[in-house]
Design a protein around this ligand. Sequence first.
Ligand code: RIB
Length: 317
Amino acid sequence: MILFAGSANLDFVVRASHIPAPGETVLGQSFATYPGGKGANQAAACAKAGRAPTQMLLALGCDDFAKPIEASLQDAGVQLLSQRIADTPTGTAFICVSDDAQNAITVAPGANARLQPTHLPSLEGVTHLVMQLEIPLATVRAFAQRARDQGVQVVLNAAPAQPLDQALLGTIDLLIVNEGELSAVSPTAGSIAQRMRTLNLSAVITTLGDKGCCALSEAGFWVEPAVSVQAVDTTGAGDTFCGVLVAALASKSTLPAATAKASAAAALACMLPGAQSSIPSAQSLDDFMAAHKTQSDVAREQLLAYCGLQPSDLQVL
Ligand code: RIB
């Protein structure tokens, strides 16, 4: 069983030609709400696209915003461990998606900020605990330590970006960051590869948007170029990557195989609007992977150079 402990939001999404600059007003084209939140998106991706037994510990308000969130997670096959917080609204996110599929997100954490160290359920039968940084850091720290003490693999997607201390990093088995988050957790000068190495963790993955991702484990580095798609909305693509990656690792895939599957799922998630609404089914992910079996050597070489790696740095498969 994979346990996600993290945020759940209702996303309020406006599509517009471009993301407004400070002080600018933009007339948008459309408005919609979608179930979101990094923790919930990742749990839904793990269960739906990754076909893995998945639980989620989440905190919701006692309001109508909680209903579509719970329904979406249940539809995806996630077993819910909901904490209802009486005097606080469900988390919300305010998202502008531009015509070129980029987004800007502001989160009002609401009930997510009330997930406490005491809320952690029994970890019996749990192989992996997956967290993000949209719940209190003290809670992340306490959950990670309890999981580590009980031999559960701890996965942290350090999003949104913030610096992390060595005590917390020392409890993490796999850290997943994007480029901005890598700069926050590893603020030294140097290439992406050097900053990943400096962290000195057993496994680190840096996602690099439409370039792909770079993984480092005890076996060495691995790079996986992204599958090129016509993106309409990148919201939740990184979360889909995390959820599918952990599902693959839990079913004993190697890190290179898991990154290939997670990258394909993230590419598919860019092709539909919304966060959880864009997560592919396991069947459509299998079909997409069969149709996009190999990545070009040129793309891999460009990605190696971007990360500051040589072909000889890569692990031998
Ligand atoms: O990663 C995307 C998510 O970030 C959105 O669903 C939003 O709710 C915020 O948590």
